[in-house]
Design a protein around this ligand. Sequence first.
Ligand code: ATP
Ligand code: MG
Length: 475
Amino acid sequence: MEGLVMRWRALATLASCRLQLSRTVPSRLHHCAPATGRRLLLSRMFQPQNLREDQVLSLEGRTGELTCKSQRLMLQVGLIHPANPGCYHLLPYTVRAMEKLVRVIDEEMQAIGGQKVNMPSLSSAELWRATNRWDLMGKELLRLRDRHGKEYCLGPTHEEAITALVASQKTLSYKQLPFLLYQVTRKFRDEPRPRFGLLRGREFYMKDMYTFDCSAEAAQQTYSLVCNAYCSLFNRLGLPFVKVQADVGSIGGTMSHEFQLPVHVGEDRLAICPSCSFSANVETLDLSQMNCPMCQGPLSETKGIEVGHTFYLGTKYSSIFNAQFANAHGKPSLAEMGCYGLGVTRILAAAIEVLSTEDCIRWPGLLAPYQVCLIPPKQGSKEEGAAELTESLCDHIVKAVPQLQGEVLLDDRTHLTIGNRLKDANTLGYPFVIIAGKRALEDPSQFEVWCQNTNEVVFLTREGVIELLSSVQVV
Ligand code: ATP
Ligand code: MG
């Protein structure tokens, strides 16, 4: 809570700095930011828009293929741009959404005692040879040599690095444990078939947490704590998920679960029991008997996108690197570990995949890059007189609803009709689109408000708009 208050203060200070800046040097700002004074102008956004499907396909290059809705939509509206196979430029809207996602993740991880670290992407071959994963990982590991001939990989995950880091602390006591250390960084995997846009990249963002406990029992409790934090995260994002029993794969350990978003483009097959709580990735089941191991009823199958993965590791890594602490009797004892991944860029694309229609992006409300888009009338139209009303509404919103500072965009492309701009706004999925049409010239002015996440269109006065927007949650 104290953290929240502090962040709020920091934000408020930042907001007032911005205000001052725009008052004192408006002309310089004019040339370097998509904002004039305090207003964010859509015409200044770096965002290729309205690409046709064939143009999008040619962006993906010779080897590219459009394999799913989120990939197509994200390319079409300029959320991502292909760089190399499986590697994308994340454009401004996506970066805003991702920063919001990271803030929600930070809140959830820190609520259970998580401490944020940041480890290098370059990881030395020595560490990976120690666990035998230098060989086990095969071609998926991106390897390189420095000028001295020393071998490295670009980290696909960081069990080796974090365990070596904790092992380097020679005076740890059981009183300090558990440690829940996490980071949000780029990961590199030379996937045999990168596809589905951000869903399966060769370079992507992951949140990876590693936990160190003083007993197996304590580690199991930490495991449940992290799983609950993952459930809370997906609930806050409004994403329907299932937690399934999973295979431990090359990471190893003794217990594992995946967090899956059920959707037909998913690459994982899930078996779910409609009568009891059992659910599993089919990789973990004996396929000859597709009956529920708990209640013996028939299992139903569905596809899913894996957005999170948890592993109970025991002492598999701590024993190799000697990650020890002094126990209650003063004796050295190996840390019991867990590791917990969330696919950050994959969650963004998977959310778009699950929530959007074929033509229109829909975001989890908390992650929408901008909450409000205002559309003033077309230049030279009968309603042109409402242009100033829209600008003053834009300024009033950020004053009256401080959490919307930086969240309100003005679509100043007034050479376009309202209809054309509304179509773009619909495609991009701003939670609130506010139009100044004919009724804005009535007394009192009435603005047309499209509430995208509830599919409602309402006419509201200035006060009505403020009342509606006051309840918007922003991270
Ligand atoms: P997959 O089975 O999909 O290849 P994984 O089981 O190898 O994934 P983990 O090692 O469990 O992946 O990584 C943790 C999380 O990172 C995954 O749950 C997923 O959300 C994300 N992730 C893994 N690989 C990719 C990738 N190539 N592109 C984007 N996100 C990924
Ligand atoms: Mg996994």
